[in-house]
Design a protein. Structure first.
Lengths: 192, 216
């Protein structure tokens, strides 16, 4: 886990910019994207971890240049593509292809109330002792300033630095310069 | 450069780049996916509306109720720190993106700060949706290597004798900071206290200010 999404400890992103009287959504479509993503009947096996993982599969240039709810669009569409619920062509046209199956398990507004109040705990019992214990084991780092702390970011070797992967990335960069469309971005991620 | 709005607030949400009124590329893509899914009967438009209504009801005022209860009721505070989800559940404030809660307490010697370095995890049922800066690369990248610098930008200048603890959220566990009760609030009731507690104080980027007019 060493992708561009793993931002903790990176340098160079500039100052934090709080907004006074910030609206919850900056554009109306963002609200709809949010509602769509939260309220749709999830594809089988779809979990909150998967939702975040899908964002992390975005190519780095897109990850950094797309806005937050564009990430949501990508993760939502990607989950539907992977589950086979929609096809690339359907995504492109916005219309269901003839003969493609429809689902009839759509949630109702009352279901939204139910899932929005659902309870759950994520504590799990394990049968192996943990490697570290709170309070006893800690990584200490004395630092006079942010630049000293660069070592806090675990820098593993970038995986898969094969020529193939790099040329694939260059291919993406070229596509990006042509203003990559959402559909072509999905196609790029699928390698098709 | 002036960014003054010509129109009255409340007419419509503030949209920075609406400009020519043409839908943007991603707005079109969102519309395409939404219409496609309605056609495929994955949901109806009513669900989106209901989802937004539900989220509209989630604001930092709810988290502030939890904080104020902990300030006035030592038994509640003990439960809140010992079994956060249980204590927040007592007030019926658990829910989507805030089912499994952790509460971290600020003291005169410990200051807590919450971030999600990987994305934007945040306790929705208690604070609503996160502000843009919380989801931004500058905050996510810097909060864990320069928390004191970040806090200073938010106007919280901590002495070197105050320990800073930074909590990196996960998809499963969401954090709420229990801020320090300010001086001069001894005579205030629970509702009055709740009105002092801000969103940023519960993220850890602010302290709760004493009530205006009070003399420390």
């Amino acid at each position: 886990m060493n992708g561009v999404h793993d931002m903790g400890g990176m340098h160079g992103f500039g100052p934090i910019a709080p907004e006074a009287d910030e609206p919850v959504f900056h554009e109306i479509w963002e609200a709809r994207m949010f509602g769509l993503s939260c309220a749709m009947t999830s594809p089988p096996g779809f979990t909150i971890d998967r939702s975040r993982y899908l964002r992390e599969t975005m190519p780095p240039v897109a990850y950094l240049t797309w806005s937050y709810y564009e990430h949501w669009y990508f993760a939502t569409a990607q989950s539907l593509l992977e589950a086979g619920i929609v096809t690339m062509e359907e995504l492109r046209t916005g219309r269901a292809a003839a003969g493609r199956p429809k689902r009839n398990d759509a949630m109702r507004p009352a279901d939204v109330d139910r899932i929005s109040k659902a309870e759950g705990r994520y504590t799990r019992t394990i049968d192996t002792p943990p490697h570290f214990s709170a309070g006893r084991d800690r990584a200490k780092h004395e630092s006079d300033g942010p630049y000293e702390a660069a070592s806090l970011r675990p820098r593993q070797a970038w995986p898969g630095s094969s020529l193939a992967r790099r040329s694939r990335f260059r291919g993406f960069e070229r596509a990006w310069r042509r203003r990559m469309s959402a559909a072509s971005l999905h196609r790029y991620v699928h390698g098709a | 450069m002036s960014e003054q709005h010509a129109h009255a607030h409340g007419e419509h949400p503030s949209i920075p780049d609406a400009g020519d009124g043409m839908p943007g590329y991603y707005e079109i893509m969102e519309t395409a996916v939404r219409e496609l899914l309605v056609e495929k009967r994955l949901f109806s438009a009513d669900e989106i509306r209901r989802m937004l209504e539900v989220m509209d009801s989630r604001t930092p005022a709810l988290g502030a109720k939890v904080v104020a209860r902990a300030w006035v009721d030592p038994n509640y505070k003990q439960r809140l720190l010992g079994d956060p989800s249980g204590a927040i559940g007592e007030m019926d404030l658990l829910g989507m993106q805030g089912q499994h809660m952790a509460v971290v307490e600020n003291t005169p010697t410990v200051h807590n700060l919450v971030v999600c370095t990987l994305c934007s995890c945040y306790p929705w049922p208690l604070l609503g949706l996160p502000p843009r800066w919380y989801k931004s690369a500058p905050y996510r990248s810097r909060a864990i290597i320069d928390p004191r610098g970040v806090l200073k930008e938010f106007g919280v200048d901590l002495g070197s004798d105050t320990e800073v603890r930074v909590w990196d959220s996960t998809a499963e566990v969401r954090y709420l900071v229990l801020p320090e009760r300010p001086a001069g609030t001894e005579k205030m009731n629970e509702n009055e206290l709740a009105s002092l507690v801000t969103r940023d104080a519960m993220i850890g980027t602010a302290r709760v200010a004493p009530p205006t007019g009070s003399r420390p």
